[in-house]
Design a protein around this ligand. Structure first.
Ligand SMILES: [Zn+2]
Length: 596
């Protein structure tokens, strides 16, 4: 990881508006503070703000060792790369060492047998979802260091996992998603039928589609990325076989509709299909993913990016008292929007712009002070009795995390009970990893170079090798481009902006530009030029029902600038950017290109 933070640093005056590199720097705090070194770096998954002081605990072996740590490793690599942060850098190496020690002789990663004795159940086991996430982490590690072990390990895993699948009707399936060392496919193995107790976390559900999306999701995504990076054919075979399984059993409707209550795991299986379709250039599969994305977009609030933990209309959704947002769903939708746009099948920049600026950015915990202003009666008086719980400075150690159960106006879910309003839970750290890593994918996509043209796709602050972007949105309709090496620039204006109304000045002189759709093209630029784009920012008030609760929103450009009623525990949209100029260190990593 040390190579991630090698790069150029320079001081600059930048507008005090959303800066994703800064947010990823903040995420490093959370990503490095969740570990239990005395338990072979087990990861503590839950944070409950319902207690004072907040309580964090380890939930089960799968999340502690298998499913979530590789997500954190992947997020650490990309967040260090974008931010240059060296906070707790030694922790990365310790976590990697502990994770490597869990690698079994057959290439799978097994939970340890000598730790956390209060967590019962047969050990050791490997979990399919964790194996997929580990492939993603290995692909990332291989790109930020020169250790050949990462790709070798990934290929061993692919070989082993491919051997655990069976072929049927043009796809590949897994009969279950949890494996003991040396386990082989039973001769009579067939597709899951549901309610399997010795299988993966999702094999236990009665609906066998839960098994399918879980087995396809991370593994299909990871195998597809390993193929994209290395060209290793068995990785493509695995990615294709699993994607076709999901297409045959889950994403069958040409209109994109599917019928599974778990929004995040469904979206993750869709990400796997999208990865396969992109690397294999399978147009029909990409079109199905696109239809599913457009259907899913309407299953929440596409204006602000409000996507709930349960799929709207499903039984678990209808049973809940208002439905809250899990950051994972928002991050998944953003990933799909970016990837479908990159694949040329749709133009979803405006979705990304609205979601990142609103629910996604608001989902990150920026400081620990909020707990001081929460009324005492909101906390439970019951003592916390979780296994392996920790109450040491949890709020501060959680800064940079992403919330798991948000309302439209509040980072924390305040439920009405017979004892009055009470805080419910707070963080599930799947969201911290997903939230942090997907910020990188947005940051990476914001400014791109295509042939001899530099594209500015999102009007957010960003340093890049070709130009730096200073964005005053939403405070002011003003964006400054500081040209380094970008003779030709195309700036994509948001849908609410008429590109014909954009004023462009280069080094203080008005410049005629070419407008093409939402793109404003500016040519003949020299290193050192300052390009100023100015434009009106519309503001509107609207009423909207979000998560079954009515709100009044004021929206400026793409940003919600106020919400009524306001939240009470962690009020969202409460800290609006000032747009004033502040002094910041900008960082440009030496590693310029990451395949993701
Ligand atoms: Zn989550």
């Amino acid at each position: 990881m040390a190579q991630c933070i090698v790069g150029d640093r320079y001081e600059a005056h930048v507008p005090d508006t959303l800066d994703l590199a800064e947010r990823m720097g903040l995420a490093i705090n959370a990503l490095t503070n969740v570990w239990h070194p005395e338990e072979r770096y087990a990861l503590a998954f839950n944070v409950e703000f319902s207690h004072r002081p907040p309580v964090r605990n380890i939930n089960h072996l799968t999340d502690a060792y298998l499913n979530i740590p590789p997500k954190f490793i992947e997020a650490l690599a990309v967040c260090r790369l974008a931010s240059g942060s060296d906070q707790n850098l030694d922790t990365d190496a310790e976590v990697l060492r502990a994770q490597q020690s869990l690698l079994g002789d057959d290439g799978l990663t097994y939970c340890p047998t000598d730790t956390l004795p209060q967590l019962t159940g047969p050990r050791p086991f490997a979990e399919v979802w964790g194996e997929g996430r580990r492939l993603l982490a290995l692909a990332m590690l291989a790109q930020v260091g020169d250790d050949p072990r990462w790709i070798e390990t990934a290929q061993r895993k692919i070989d082993r996992l491919l051997a655990l699948t069976r072929e049927k009707q043009g796809f590949r399936f897994l009969w279950k998603g949890r494996f003991r060392p040396g386990e082989t496919v039973p001769p009579d193995a067939d597709e899951p039928v549901g309610s399997r107790q010795d299988g993966s976390l999702l094999d236990r559900y009665p609906d066998p589609k839960m098994s399918i999306i879980y087995s396809v999701g991370a593994l299909g995504h990871g195998a597809g990325l390993v193929y994209r990076l290395t060209g290793y054919e068995p990785a493509l075979e695995l990615s294709r076989g699993l994607a076709r399984w999901a297409l045959a059993r889950v994403f069958t409707d040409p209109d994109g509709r599917w019928d599974i209550y778990h929004f995040h795991h469904s979206l993750y299986a869709l990400i796997a299909v999208c990865t396969y379709a992109s690397v294999a250039n399978d147009r029909a599969a990409l079109e199905r993913v696109d239809a599913c994305y457009r259907w899913a977009r309407e299953m929440g609030d596409p204006l602000i990016g409000y996507y709930s933990e349960c799929m709207p209309g499903s039984d678990p959704y209808l049973e809940r008292q208002g439905n809250t947002v899990e950051t994972c769903e928002v991050a998944d939708m953003v990933w799909l929007a970016l990837s479908l746009t990159r694949a040329g099948i749709g133009d979803y920049w405006d979705d990304v712009d609205r979601w990142v600026r609103n629910v996604y950015a608001e989902a990150q915990i920026l400081d620990a002070d909020f707990l001081q202003s929460v009324p005492e009666s909101y906390f439970t008086t019951e003592p916390a009795t979780r296994l392996y719980q920790d109450t040491r400075d949890i709020a501060q150690r959680s800064v940079g995390s992403f919330f798991g159960w948000m309302r439209a106006n509040d980072g924390l879910n305040v439920e009405q009970t017979e004892h009055g309003p009470k805080l419910r839970r707070g963080i599930m750290h799947c969201c911290t990893a997903n939230g942090a890593r997907t910020l990188y994918f947005v940051w990476d996509s914001m400014v791109t170079k295509q042939a001899d043209e530099v594209r500015v796709n999102l009007l957010l602050n960003r340093a890049s090798p070709w130009l730096d972007v200073d964005s005053y949105l939403p405070v002011e309709g003003k964006v400054i481009l500081r040209i380094k090496d970008a003779p030709n620039v195309a700036v994509r204006m948001p849908a609410w902006c008429n590109p014909a109304q954009v004023g462009v000045r280069v080094a203080g002189q008005a410049r005629r530009v070419l407008v093409e759709g939402q793109l404003v093209r500016i040519g003949w630029l020299q290193p050192g030029d300052e390009v100023a784009l100015t434009f009106p920012v519309p503001e509107r008030s609207l009423h909207r029902v979000i998560g079954e609760i009515p709100y009044k929103l004021v929206v400026r450009g793409s940003n919600v600038v106020s919400i009524d009623p306001a939240g009470v525990a962690y009020p969202l949209y409460a800290h609006q950017p000032s747009g004033t100029s502040v002094r910041r260190t900008r960082f440009l990593p030496q590693i310029r290109q990451i395949v993701w």
